[in-house]
Design a protein around this ligand. Structure first.
Ligand SMILES: C[S@@+](CC[C@H](N)C(=O)[O-])C[C@H]1O[C@@H](n2cnc3c(N)ncnc32)[C@H](O)[C@@H]1O
Length: 362
């Protein structure tokens, strides 16, 4: 790691360890975007069950709770005070396992303080969650195992990293084949200029470290992940005049993506998929991304990439896949651009999700 990477880490530790003590201390809404509507009862209950001292320090920008979690091993990159980890600890059940990694002592100490509380609350004999001190760019050094996790989540953290390639490459390493990276983060519609990137508060507020969305696709491809699928998008307005001056006309959005680690050189063809309706909380339908909805027991035409993502992941048991040519087998999505999705929503008069400042917005 370079000296300038160390410098960014120190600045971010200072921000989340000393400067910011609770959600309301953030200057912008970027790191506190709401969960949005449409949460399942189980997810609402899991989030609501988390101790107030933990939720008071929530700095996430989306919902990082995917479907089909029972018994899963999950890693949370930049777990902060642990809100997502504790909610996931409830949802994976006593046979699941959740690890949160963070580099900031003050955040880790809050998370560690509330492990026993949540273990008792959920009625588990022993904790199924632990917190590790370390850098998300160096998961091996933090003692995490290769090919171990079923799912990695992360909530508004990767933008803060000075080396996003390393974060994605290490994530790919620790995931099992068929594993999924499901994460919310801030993206820009252009590359953020160097002078804005150097502003410590703009970086700390999860804005100027944001990746240009096309760069996420490049990094994902280079480390071996499947094409990023957009699950949800929320605009992130930057309303402070001094910040606006530095950023010009760059737009920002919080985007939740899902990416799969598929077997090397796997090529599946288009097919028909029938969802069995058995995932808890998603009995009627499963929203796989912002476009693809599987209604229970309906046959849906899927492209080769979706076929592979279902076949090799934890979703395999939930689908009947009929290998038959079905429409266009290419795996290109017309709507990879989150900013175009927001524009389309606006121009079609549909409701654009709004940012809000607390975990209570759900
Ligand atoms: C915006 S907060 C989000 C915290 C948490 N995910 C949440 O939703 O409340 C960012 C967190 O990521 C951690 N972090 C940032 N960069 C990191 C890195 N390179 N390695 C490990 N942790 C990091 C910070 O210490 C901080 O706790």
């Amino acid at each position: 790691m370079s000296a300038s990477d160390d410098n960014v880490h120190d600045q971010v530790k200072e921000y989340y360890g000393k400067k910011v003590k609770k959600t309301e201390d953030l200057k912008l809404q970027a790191c506190t975007v709401s969960f949005g509507s449409g949460l399942t009862k189980e997810v609402k209950e899991a989030l609501a069950s988390v101790h107030e001292e933990v939720s008071k320090k929530y700095y996430g920008c989306g919902l990082v709770i995917p479907e089909c979690l029972e018994g899963m091993k999950i890693l949370d990159l930049g777990s902060g005070s642990g809100l997502d980890c504790f909610a996931l600890s409830k949802l994976v059940g006593p046979d699941g396992y959740v690890v949160g990694i963070d580099m900031t002592e003050e955040q880790l100490s809050v998370a560690n303080e509330y492990i026993d509380y949540h273990t008792n609350l959920y009625g588990y004999k022993k904790p199924n969650v632990k917190f590790v001190k370390g850098y998300i760019e160096r998961l091996m050094e933090a003692g995490l195992e290769e090919n171990f996790f079923d799912i990695i989540v992360s909530n508004c953290v990767i933008n803060l990293s000075p080396d996003k390639d390393a974060v994605l490459s290490q994530s790919h390493k620790v995931l099992k084949v068929g594993g999924e990276l499901f994460f919310s983060d801030i993206y820009a519609d252009k590359v953020v200029p160097e002078n804005a990137r150097k502003h410590p508060d703009l970086w700390g507020e999860c804005i100027s470290g944001a990746l240009y969305w096309k760069d996420l696709h490049k990094i994902a491809e280079s480390v071996g992940f499947s094409r990023p699928r957009i699950v949800s998008v929320t605009p992130v307005p930057v309303e402070r005049e001094d910040f606006k001056k530095l950023l010009g006309d760059i737009k920002f959005a919080s985007v939740t993506y899902r990416l799969f680690k598929l077997p090397p050189n796997c090529h599946e063809s288009s097919a028909k998929a029938i969802y069995n309706g058995e995932i808890s909380g998603h009995e009627e339908q499963l929203n796989f991304d912002h476009q693809l909805i599987f209604k229970a027991n309906d046959s849906v035409c899927i492209d080769g990439l979706t076929h592979a993502s279902l076949k090799y992941s934890r979703f395999a048991e939930e689908f009947l896949i009929q290998a038959q040519k079905c429409g266009d087998s290419s795996s290109k999505s017309e709507l990879d651009n989150p900013f175009e999705i927001l524009e389309n929503l606006k121009s079609s008069g549909k409701e654009v999700p709004a940012a809000c400042c607390s975990t209570k917005c759900c």
